[in-house]
Write a protein that binds this ligand. Structure first.
Ligand code: BGC
Length: 932
């Protein structure tokens, strides 16, 4: 049979060679593609080759088979009896069969998985650190270099003929951030490992395959460790240092098995040595100082023997074992990596005579410089900023954050290169000071020319798989989409953050609460977000059930935040974010994982007021409301004309509605479900009594109020009240010249609310508006990312004077969901995409739009085009639609040419056509319900 099985995946991990995870019964997913004919999967067979977990025997591995009659291909339960154990390696192949019972070929190549160290008792190493007293922990500390040499010729190869390593694994973590080397060669390609977690609860470790890096004779394992998030400064208004500990530390275990089955383990212990490295400052906010005059020759090479170590190398201090309460976990996210290199697009001489490199893209990462020439002790300084103001770096928005990297030359005449290891910046522009090569021209031209070839930006983020694309006939919308993607990339660096450049870069809960449904369309971010949610739940426990405003919670040392301030939207993230992951993947596991966190939030949410309302928010807590509504005063972004309490109550009702759906998804006992049903009904009825007129006006007569009331189904879908609210929203939008008047709360919903209530023309007008505030205004101002404020840059090119002005915040980019769902027409109907709708809503002057989304079943693609039927007139036009429906899914297709007719199609590529009249008024659509 001509069917191919491909992309076999374990759990949500990316790729087909996974090392070091902890799932002992990993779920399996695969995709199928037929070469010819039409295939429906009736069943599958899994072949698993197991090695013994110690990997020391040389006998043939055990092979098992499991066959199932089932059409499932996504998150199929582990089909074998035995659970996997620590270090166990398996290799999986899958084949499927259809109606005739004939099997497809086995998936090829096999997918491989190896488990990490499941039990803390398997960690034999000690927590090692530099001896105390080397530095004052009140200020930043330099990096520490750790090293250990070990001789493999004696231990493993008595005859010294050769070293035949069957398997070598390095299990390693640090409190701080690290990079490891074996015999002078970098191990792995992670950036800022072990990543950022709530370190008081979870410390991630990595497993590296180092089999080919070992050699006969003396080997050297060396690790550089810096403070990173663990003990470096974090938080705004000066922040705090040493949040999780005063000292960075290292824990590592290298396990080597030779082909004859002998096992050697090299652990972190008192036999290691430590010294300070050339990185004298390694700060997330302030940047890195690499003093090459302090480089330690051969620090990671076995050529430097233990006997020859200078007195600067000290024996390490042994710290108390890692607290039992701290879980050593591989985590669930892909690592942060150096993903892309961006070359400069321009070299600028600023009015004050500074050299500024323009990378043409606001990005997150760092600058790499090569071919640096100059005398010893000469310094090259790199300062970073997202924008220019009056031709100079605009650094004011960075607040208490230096974002400056310094390289001190050692004076190598062959040239030197530098790239930071332990910091990152959000920038488009880098000012470089001290560049000497070719400085012969008094106008500085040659200097700049040389620089161009020796500088590049390195983009770093969590290595998620891109899953979405969008393109249409309006270039500004395409650019908007691209900007949203860049803002997601810039802010998904180990944890999902608010911004990547100033003295925050924190896991603000509210930002993801509004952006998560869009994020899941753009990237497979399940791993990083699930990982973060575990920390949110932990931080919440610490605050007796009130979720943190930011997680990992860097504000625990700040008495103001210890007060546990409950806040709508930000804390509703505990429900909204897992729900978004579930809808995208149909993985109920994440709902189960977060269930307690959700229940706790609803339980502690303060309710009741002096006027006897018992189910709505209490009036006492401060609310951020429709944060950053452009009509709020710039220095008081919470003072939106949309009543903040009303916004809070709409999100409360929404959260309660979702709790009802979650109880069903998780098959919780009926009493639990009925509890939330009653809560939601009572809250809704109190809300209507307080805020809604019988005809459907709201007490806050604003875009956000109507948008949220319609999309969060506070007003009954399809009811006269909702229609009236939609009409009012359309009226307000037109009256406001199609400028946006929404902040975090209303932005994701305003166009969708118009679409749902039959006002697609107004939705397009809003979407395509270019005057500020609008989505396209920043694009017309040259933005390459989404801004925090609608007017982060004012029309005259100056930076918004507000002290909180970032040029890289994803929240307002939530409009991209509308672009996929309404402009292109791709809408998820069932969790996990097993059923979706294609219902394009062409409008404005667009004559083409297309999107793709990579689901667990495979790639969905939708593309529509309008073409003139007559050369002389633009109406009517021919409408063409082409869609690709992957195996395992069903599509409901609704053409704009016959909107009341739904055609249902299965896997394959389909084309449709009809005659379309531009300007056609879109009728009220059958509404996608909240559960969609
Ligand atoms: C952050 C926001 C965040 C807000 C809430 C800001 O400083 O950058 O994105 O949600 O504070 O107070």
């Amino acid at each position: 049979m001509a069917v191919v099985v491909f992309d076999v995946q374990f759990e949500h991990y990316r790729g087909s060679r996974i090392v070091g995870i902890h799932e002992t019964r990993p779920r399996l997913s695969w995709k199928t593609r037929e070469k010819e004919g039409y295939f429906v999967q009736r069943g599958y067979e899994v072949e698993c080759t197991f090695t013994d977990s110690a990997n020391t025997t040389t006998g043939s591995p055990l092979v098992e088979y499991a066959q199932q009659t089932s059409s499932r291909s996504v998150m199929v339960p582990w089909p074998f009896e035995a659970a996997l154990s620590s270090r166990q390696q398996i290799s999986i192949r899958i084949r499927v069969f259809g109606d005739q019972g004939q099997f497809s070929p086995w998936s090829d190549p096999p997918s491989k998985l190896e488990l990490g160290l499941l039990d803390r008792s398997e960690w034999k190493g000690e927590r090692i650190a530099a001896p105390l007293g080397q530095h004052d922990t009140a200020g930043p500390s330099p990096e520490q270099l750790y090293r250990k040499t070990f001789d493999l010729s004696r231990t493993s190869c008595p005859d010294n003929i050769g070293l035949d390593v069957r398997r070598a694994r390095l299990y390693i973590t640090s409190q701080g951030v690290y990079e490891a080397e074996l015999n002078g060669t970098r191990i792995g390609d992670h950036f800022l490992a072990p990543g950022w977690t709530a370190y008081d609860a979870r410390l991630q470790y990595q497993t590296y395959d180092v089999t080919s890096a070992l050699r006969v004779g003396v080997n050297c394992l060396a690790v550089r460790v810096a403070e990173g998030w663990f003990s470096g400064r974090l938080g705004f208004e000066g922040g705090h240092r040493n949040i999780w500990g005063e000292q960075s530390a290292l824990l590592s275990q290298l396990e080597i098995i030779t082909t004859d089955g002998e096992k050697t383990t090299i652990v972190s212990d008192q036999s290691w040595h430590v010294t300070q490295g050339p990185i004298r400052l390694a700060e997330i906010y302030d940047g890195e100082h690499w003093d090459a005059t302090k480089e330690v020759a051969q620090w990671s090479s076995p050529a430097l023997s233990s006997e020859d170590l200078s007195p600067d190398w000290e024996p390490v201090a042994i710290l108390a074992p890692l607290a039992r309460s701290v879980e050593l976990t591989p985590g669930f996210a892909e690592p942060v990596r150096r993903i892309q290199v961006v070359k400069p697009v321009a070299l600028i001489m600023s009015p004050s005579g500074r050299h500024i490199v323009d990378f043409g893209q606001n990005l997150v990462g760092y600058v790499r410089v090569s071919n640096i020439r100059g005398p010893r002790d000469h310094k090259i300084t790199l300062r970073h900023a997202e924008v220019l103001e009056n031709g100079e770096l605009g650094t004011r928005p960075l607040r208490v954050c230096k974002a400056t990297d310094v390289y001190t030359l050692k004076g190598d005449p062959r040239g030197e290169s530098y790239e930071p290891r332990f910091t990152f910046h959000g920038f488009r522009y880098a000012e470089i000071e001290g560049w000497l090569v070719g400085a012969t021209d008094s106008a500085g031209e040659k200097t700049i020319t040389d620089l161009q070839y020796n500088i590049e930006a390195v983009v770093c983020h969590t290595d998620m798989k891109s899953t979405g694309s969008f393109v249409c006939s309006e270039p500004l919308l395409n650019k908007l989409h691209e900007n949203v993607v860049w803002s997601m990339r810039g802010n998904f660096l180990s944890v999902p953050t608010d911004c990547p450049q100033r003295d925050e870069r924190l896991g603000w809960t509210g930002d993801l609460a509004v952006f998560a449904p869009t994020a899941t369309l753009l990237y497979d971010c399940f791993g990083i977000v699930r990982n973060w949610l575990i920390d949110v739940a932990h931080d919440q426990k610490f605050l007796s059930g009130v979720p943190p405003m930011v997680s990992p919670n860097v504000t625990v040392k700040d008495p103001r935040w210890l007060r546990k301030v409950p806040c709508a939207i930000w804390h509703d993230a505990t429900i909204l974010v897992p729900w978004a992951l579930y809808l995208e993947t149909n993985d109920k596991g994440v709902l189960e994982q977060q269930w307690e966190s959700m229940v706790d939030w609803i339980r502690v949410l303060p309710r009741g007021d002096e006027e006897g309302r018992r189910h709505l928010w209490s009036t006492t807590p401060f609310q951020l409301g429709d944060w950053l509504d452009p009509t709020a005063p710039p220095d008081a972004p919470w003072r939106s004309p949309t009543d903040a309490l009303m916004v809070a109550n709409m999100f409360l009702i929404h959260s309660l509605d979702l709790m009802v759906l979650i109880t069903s998804a998780l098959a919780k006992p009926p009493t639990v479900r009925s509890h939330y049903v009653a809560e939601s009904r009572l809250a809704r009825s109190e809300f209507h009594a307080e805020y809604v007129t019988p005809r459907g006006r709201l007490t806050s007569d604003t875009q956000t109020a109507y948008a949220a009331a319609i999309c969060l189904e506070i007003l009954d879908p399809g009811s006269p009240q909702m229609c009236h609210a939609g009409a009012r929203l359309a009226h307000l939008t037109a009256r406001g010249d199609f400028r946006l008047a929404t902040g975090f709360a209303g932005t994701p919903y305003v166009c969708e609310a118009l679409a749902r209530t039959g006002h697609m023309k107004e939705a397009y007008a809003l979407l395509l508006e270019r005057q500020c505030p609008s989505w396209l205004y920043p694009v017309t101002m040259g933005a390459t990312t989404v801004w925090e404020r609608w007017d982060s840059m004012l029309p005259d090119g100056s930076i918004n004077p507000g002290e909180m002005t970032s040029f890289n915040h994803y929240a307002l980019g939530a409009i991209v969901k509308f672009m996929y769902e309404r402009v292109v027409g791709l809408q998820r109907l069932e969790p996990g995409w097993s059923r979706f709708r294609v219902s394009p809503m062409p409008g404005a002057e667009l004559d083409h739009a297309a999107a793709t989304h990579e689901t667990r079943f495979g790639l969905i693609s939708v593309e529509w085009k309008l073409a003139n039927l007559l050369t002389t007139s633009s109406t009517p036009q021919a409408f063409y639609l082409t869609i690709m429906v992957p195996h395992g899914t069903i599509a409901d297709v609704v053409l704009p040419t016959s909107p009341s007719h739904t055609q249902v199609v299965g896997p394959g590529t389909w084309t449709f056509s009809g005659t379309f009249v531009r300007g056609y008024e879109w009728p009220l659509k059958p509404l996608p319900r909240k559960s969609n």
